[in-house]
Each structure stands twice: as C-alpha cells, then as structure tokens.
Design a protein around this ligand. Structure first.
Ligand code: FE2
Length: 343
C-alpha cells in the first residue's frame, strides 16, 4: 500500500539504529561473493538488473514523457526537436537541475526500488538509510548544439576529509554500451586517494563551488597514470545500478552512438551518519521540493529556478509536475521520521 507524505508525517517516528558496520572500501581482497568484491577492489561496481527490465523500460518512458510534458516542442520520435528551445534547461553535462525534478514521482519511485535500496543497505549493513534528492541526466545521441562537455575528472569528496565517506549511485535506463556515453571511472582510485593528495598537496587547485569537489589537473592525471591507473567506460543495461566510492576519479561523456543516455542519480547513507541538524535541513529541502546534490545528509541544498539565456525559464516551476507518492520505506528515506521530537 502506498500513501502520502502527510499521513506518514503525522503517524511515524523512528529511532535510527546504531551503526552496525559497513564495508571498508579499502581495496583489500574480499570474498562476499557478490558485487561488493568488485566494489572493494575497484571502487565501483555494476549491479545487474537492480530494477527489473519491465519497470526500467517504464521509467525510461516516464523520463521521455517528462521531457515532452514541458510542451516546448520536444518529441521523442523526432530528432530535429532535440534542441534547447524545445527542452527544459539541461546543462552541458546532461543534468536537469531545477523544476523540482528531484522530487518527481517517477524519480522517487526509482529511489524506492527494492533492488536499489537493498544494494546500499548491503554495503552499509544497515537498513536505516536516507537518500539524496539528486538530479537526473539526459544526454541525447547525435546532438551537435550543446557546448562541448570536456572531460572533467574529479572526485566528489573533500581531500581534507579522507577515508570512505560516500557511495554514489546512478540507475541506468537506456542501453549504455561503449559508444553510448555515461560514466567514466578510474578503477582503484579509492585505494591511493590519500597518497595522491599527500604527494600532490602543492598542486594548484581547480576552482570549485564546494570543497567537496576536487578536480584532477593534467599533473594529477599524469600522477594517476604513473601509478598504473587507467580509465574505464562503464557499460550498463536498462535497470542496472552503477555505484562508486566518491573518492574514485570519474566524469561523464555524451553518447557518440545511437542511444540517448538516461540516468537517475541515487545515493544513500546510514541515517546515523546525519546529525539532527542535517535531518531538519533535509526535511525543509523535501518540503520545498529542492535538491541536495548527491549528499544524502543535505550538505548542499539547491534551487528550483531554471535560468534560460540569463532569464528565468518561462517553464520554471517550484514543485514537481507529479508529486511523489511515498511508501513507508521511501518516507523513511527522507530522514523525516528520524527527527527527534522535542518534548
Ligand atoms: Fe561526480
């Protein structure tokens, strides 16, 4: 049974469990016998069929319907309509950041998929998780009118805060082969992250909007290559979940083949790692239908205002087109039930 947020909001208060332990993500060999062995070794893994194909296909359809629903002229069957004026604002990396997209019903449905949540629960050995209110990504095939998306190799974690802190994820919704764009990773980067930042401490830092983003310079890329690290294009089928340690260098590329790239970012962490202050901030972000980037503990809270050619997009909106319908489990993922009630 599903119900609305409001009903759960008044009915449920949950106490977070104590942390039970989680994967070390230290690069040492493990013998879990599942995706966790690859994750520990490489710093990333592909979970095949995390979402059954029929539902992944439905979500891809909903993604396209969402784009068409802006009534700007985009039609999935007509490639000539793949142009900025006919689409919501999409940045050069393929991300739709605004319009309340992070809280669209279909996006929440993806976050709540059992195979997605259970993957993170396994890594953290903890069922009491919170999820990021992160964005969606569409990179169209054969697109010529976007600014060049130059590789932007980076890690999504402040080098001053080393160790495994965050596991990122994305659900892939279209076939994503070698030429279909998507995630490029540097396997093993998590293992030598601390050494890299120690030895490259004097390297000038690429400017970033947050200390939690670190860009790899040409010298940094050379260091990685000199230490035997390579880059891999991660391939996936519809319904596959890709996860990676935030310390693993990565970026994305647009497709050069025939398939559009469709992805929804999903990142979970144990609620015990969020402070009460974090959870209150996250609750406000949920109520205002704002994004939190990939950080489930709402390190950053975004805006829903889409800017088009320097002006607010005429289709700008503060709320999703279709409000989410949360289940008991997805409501827990908002973190709201874990906020302590003051006497
Ligand atoms: Fe990233």
């Amino acid at each position: 049974m599903s119900t609305t947020t409001t009903e759960y909001g008044t009915a449920m208060t949950v106490t977070g469990t104590q942390r039970k332990g989680r994967m070390a993500l230290d690069g040492a060999p493990t013998n879990y016998g599942d995706f966790r062995d690859a994750l520990n070794r490489d710093g990333y893994a592909v979970i095949k069929g995390a979402i059954p194909l029929d539902r992944a296909t439905k979500y891809a359809d909903e993604f396209y319907s969402y784009l068409e629903g802006f009534d700007l002229g985009y039609d999935r069957t007509d490639p000539s309509t793949v142009k900025p004026s006919k689409l919501p604002v999409i940045n050069e990396k393929g991300m739709i950041l605004a319009y309340g997209v992070t809280h669209e019903k279909w996006v929440w449905d993806i976050r709540g998929e059992p195979g997605v949540v259970d993957t993170f629960a396994k890594v953290y050995d903890d069922d009491d998780l919170i999820v990021s209110f992160d964005v969606v990504n569409v990179q169209f095939a054969n697109r010529k009118d976007m600014p060049e998306n130059k590789p932007w190799p980076h890690q999504d974690q402040d080098p001053a805060k080393p160790g495994f802190r965050c596991l990122q994820g994305l659900v892939n919704l279209n076939p994503c082969g070698p030429n279909d764009g998507g995630l490029i990773v540097c396997p093993g980067g998590h293992k030598i992250s601390e050494q890299f930042h120690r030895e490259m401490a004097d390297e000038p830092r690429i400017p970033a909007w947050t200390p939690e983003w670190f860009g790899f310079t040409d010298n940094g890329m050379k260091w990685l290559a000199d230490h035997g690290l390579d880059w891999v294009k991660v391939c996936a089928e519809p319904g596959d979940l890709i996860i990676w340690d935030s310390r693993v260098p990565h970026y994305n590329l647009p497709p050069s083949g025939k398939n559009d790239r469709l992805a929804v970012y999903t990142c979970f962490m144990p609620v015990v790692e969020a402070s009460q202050e974090d959870l209150v901030r996250k609750k406000k972000a949920f109520e205002d239908r704002l994004g939190t980037t990939h950080w489930p503990n709402a390190v950053h809270v975004g805006t829903n205002l889409a800017m088009r050619d320097g002006k607010p997009c005429p289709k700008a909106r503060e709320r999703p087109i279709e409000e989410p319908i949360l289940t008991e489990r997805t409501f827990k993922l908002t973190g709201i039930p874990y906020i302590e009630q003051k006497a």
